[in-house]
Structure formats: structure tokens, C-alpha cells
Ligand binder design. Structure first.
Ligand SMILES: *Cc1c(COP(=O)(O)O)cnc(C)c1O
Length: 432
């Protein structure tokens, strides 16, 4: 079994170890929730302060030109493009993931209707992130289509048939960390005549993505998870160049217009992905997002996403090894794929009976010890397929091997000492 000393050696030999210096991590915290909210980069405070004091405070409205505010969605988009296999000018930062999903699903449905009017189905996974399903429900309702949810990955091939209009998947599942094979799934859906939308919320900055290489149709993704853009950071949207100009997206706002400063009464969409901008972007948030994206790009000089992925796999493998060898007898079970190729940058655990309902309190007890993960409730009607889970994200930019060792040691203590039984750990907050 890997020892703490082994972990210290792994940290010393880690070619990415210096990347951690980019962040202000609270002392005494092992942060395993970067899949939910990335940590604060050191550069962010100074940059946002500069935007507030100088660009806004002193230069006021001139900054749209002089500080390049107007170009920021495209400039940051080009940076994110490097992480997800898109070309410059193909990806834009705008709005939230939910809104961008609304835009791309609407466009995809228009294309599908034109190319195959008899296709009546949107397919996704029941375990997809709820907002993705809610947006799809709304659009299915509007377009007179049906949303079909598969219960497992193995049901997807059968759903790829002549009725399918759009397959909408999150590449890395937010609960289990299961990672689809983007290229294979996209090719299979295309062979069935359907379009594919990929949600990269748990992929961008976490695993190498190659949107063009996979010949994907549309993609959206999140700025505040592995991209460290800050709470509520703007999201991003990509459309394959062959689709980008086929239709308007439905939120045809003025900054997605071909010539916004002509203030004409009729809408003319901008060329390419720029039409996916709606209104004025949240500039302060964009400034923070750019600092976050830069922390991931800093890895480019030392192996880039491939090196980050290699370390992420080593971290998650170590966590699984230690959690299983030290906690299996305490009722802990792996709830993520064991095969590293099928796993994103997170690992989930579930608790056997009689502990199954204690998951929330176990996470609270861990947080009290400085180990921050999170809890996701299962489906009460189908706990066997969708159990309550303890979720741990491993961001290789700032998590080390000794952190993994210590996190498991804390979990052992919480379970052995039954710390989770304390009343304060069993009171639920509004956000879990
Ligand atoms: C985090 C996440 C979102 C978040 O959407 P918001 O609009 O930013 O609230 C959407 N989809 C998936 C799959 C996510 O993991």
C-alpha cells in the first residue's frame, strides 16, 4: 500500500508541482471540490481591482475600446478553445451554461428539423445534470418533441435510431465521474443521422478534449469549475463552423448583431460564433475568468492538458487504492468507474448500509476537518442505481499526492470515531 512517505516523494517528483503557487489556498484545507467551484488564483484580486479602479473608475466608458472590453468574450474564448480542441474564433464566452445550452439546443433542433423533419426525439441521460434536462424539457415542449432519458450508458446505442434528432450528453457525468468516449459516441450518433451536443462542464480544464477531432456539433461549458473563473463565472459555447451560421440562436440580442453600434431596428446576426453573444457581458466576471483560464494555460509549457490528465489519473487511482484498502471495512464503496479511461477528474464513494443515509453528515464531518468534498443525494426511488454519493474532485493544478493521503486518513477517522453522528453535522444547509 502507498505510504505517506511515498506520496511525499511523488509530490517532489511531480513536474506540475509549481502550478500550485498560482493559487491562494487557505492554510489547512484540502480542497477536493474544484469540480464544483475552482479555487481563487493569486492574480485575480489584483486584476479585478485594476479593472475596477483604473478601467472602470478612471477610464470609464472609454475602456470598451481602450481596455479591449468589447473583445474579451472572444479573447478568452480563444484561450479556452486551446483546451478543448477548437480553433481560434470558434468559441465564445457568454452567459451561463444553462443559457448556452438553450441556445445550442435550439439551433440544433432547427437544423435537425430541416434535415430530418420526422425526427422527434431528444435523448439524454437521466443522471445528467438537472439544468441540462430542464432546458431540454422546455425546448421539447416548445418544439413538440419528446425527451427520452436513458438510465445507463449501455442504453445509448439503442436510442440512436431514425427518430433521434439530437443527442445531448455531458462528457463527464457530474455525479459518477463517468467519461464518455466523445469521438466514438459522436460518430455513432452521426451514423444514425443525429446531431450531438456535448456539455463540457466537468471536462474543460480537467481532461483533454478535441471537439474538432471528434467532429462534434455543438458544445457548452462552465467557467467556475476546473477553469477557476470564480463563483458564477461566465460560461462558453462552441458550434462547429458548418453549423455556426445556419440559424440564429433564439436569444438574438444586440451584441450578437453583425453591427451592434449601427443600432438598426432589425436583427442581422454576426458572423460565426459571435452571434451566440446576447447582451452586455459581465466585465468584472470576465476579468476574473481570464485569470482562471490562464492558470490552466500555464501548464502548456510543461505538457499541457496531457500532463494534467496524467497527474489527474495518478491522483484518482491513488485515492481509489487508499479508500478501498483503508475504508472498505468501514462501509465505503467505489461509485465511479474503475477504468481510468472512463473516469473524469473526480471519484465518488457510496456508503453501505447501515451508513447509507449518513453520507451528508460524513461530508460535513470531513469539512470540519478541513477536507472539502461534497454530497449529492441519490434518487430515493432508485437508490440501487443512483445511490447517495460522497464526491471528491482532484484538480491536478493544486492537489498533491500527500493531500490525497491525508484526505483518506481523515475519512478513516470520521468513520472510525463515528464523528458524523454529531448533531451539527446532520443539519442541512440550503446548498449541499
Ligand atoms: C455545473 C453544471 C452546469 C451549471 O449550469 P449553470 O447555468 O452555470 O448553473 C450545467 N451543466 C452541467 C453538466 C454542470 O455540471
Amino acid at each position: 500500500m502507498t505510504t505517506k512517505q511515498d506520496c511525499d516523494v511523488l509530490d517532489q517528483e511531480d513536474p506540475l508541482r509549481e502550478l500550485k503557487l498560482q493559487f491562494d489556498l487557505p492554510v489547512g484545507t484540502i480542497y477536493l471540490d474544484g469540480n464544483s467551484l475552482g479555487v481563487l488564483p493569486r492574480a485575480t484580486l489584483g486584476r479585478v481591482q485594476e479593472v475596477i479602479q483604473k478601467e472602470w473608475g478612471q477610464d470609464l466608458i472609454k475602456s470598451w475600446n481602450s481596455a479591449g472590453w468589447i473583445d474579451l468574450p472572444g479573447r478568452i474564448g480563444d484561450k479556452i478553445a486551446r483546451l478543448v480542441g477548437a480553433r481560434p474564433g470558434e468559441l465564445i464566452v457568454a452567459d451561463s451554461t444553462s443559457l448556452n445550452l438553450y441556445k445550442v439546443l435550439s439551433a440544433a433542433l432547427r437544423i435537425a428539423k430541416e434535415d430530418g423533419p420526422t425526427r422527434k426525439l431528444i435523448v439524454s441521460e437521466r443522471s445528467n445534470f438537472p439544468t441540462d434536462l430542464y432546458i431540454a424539457q422546455s425546448l421539447a415542449e416548445q418544439h413538440g418533441l419528446r425527451l427520452h432519458l436513458v438510465d445507463g450508458v449501455d442504453e445509448i446505442p439503442a436510442a440512436l435510431n431514425s427518430e433521434l434528432a439530437v443527442l445531448m450528453l455531458t462528457e463527464v457525468n457530474y455525479r459518477t465521474g463517468y467519461r464518455h468516449d466523445m469521438k466514438t459516441v459522436t460518430a455513432a450518433a452521426h451514423a444514425a443521422g443525429a446531431l450531438v451536443i456535448w456539455d463540457l462542464a466537468h471536462s474543460a480544464g480537467a481532461v483533454p478534449v478535441d471537439l474538432n477531432g471528434a467532429d462534434a456539433d455543438f458544445a457548452v461549458g462552465c467557467g467556475y469549475k476546473y477553469l477557476n473563473g470564480g463563483p458564477g463565472a461566465p460560461a462558453f459555447v462552441w458550434a462547429h463552423p458548418k453549423h455556426a451560421e445556419r440559424f440564429w440562436q433564439p436569444l438574438s440580442g444586440w451584441l450578437g448583431h453583425a453591427a451592434p453600434f449601427q443600432f438598426t431596428p432589425d436583427y442581422q446576426p454576426a458572423a460565426g460564433i459571435k452571434r451566440y453573444i446576447c447582451g452586455t457581458p459581465a466585465l468584472l466576471s470576465l476579468a476574473a475568468l481570464e485569470c482562471g483560464v490562464d492558470t490552466v494555460l500555464a501548464a502548456e509549457a510543461i505538457g499541457g492538458m496531457a500532463a494534467l490528465r496524467k497527474k489527474s489519473i495518478a491522483l484518482t487511482e491513488l485515492f481509489i487504492e487508499l479508500a478501498e484498502s483503508r475504508c472498505a471495512s468501514l462501509g465505503v464503496r467505489l461509485a465511479s468507474p474503475r477504468d481510468e479511461l472512463q473516469r473524469g477528474s473526480q471519484v465518488c464513494l457510496s456508503l453501505d448500509e447501515p451508513l447509507h443515509e449518513a453520507g451528508y453528515a460524513v461530508i460535513q464531518a470531513l469539512i470540519a476537518r478541513g477536507v472539502i468534498g461534497d454530497f449529492r443525494a441519490g434518487d430515493p426511488a432508485r437508490l440501487k442505481d443512483m445511490p447517495h454519493i460522497l464526491r471528491f474532485g482532484f484538480t491536478p493544478l493544486y492537489i498533491g499526492f500527500a493531500d490525497v493521503y491525508d484526505a483518506v486518513e481523515h475519512l478513516v477517522q470520521v468513520l472510525k470515531n463515528k464523528e458524523w453522528q454529531r448533531p451539527e453535522f446532520n443539519e442541512k444547509g440550503a446548498v449541499t
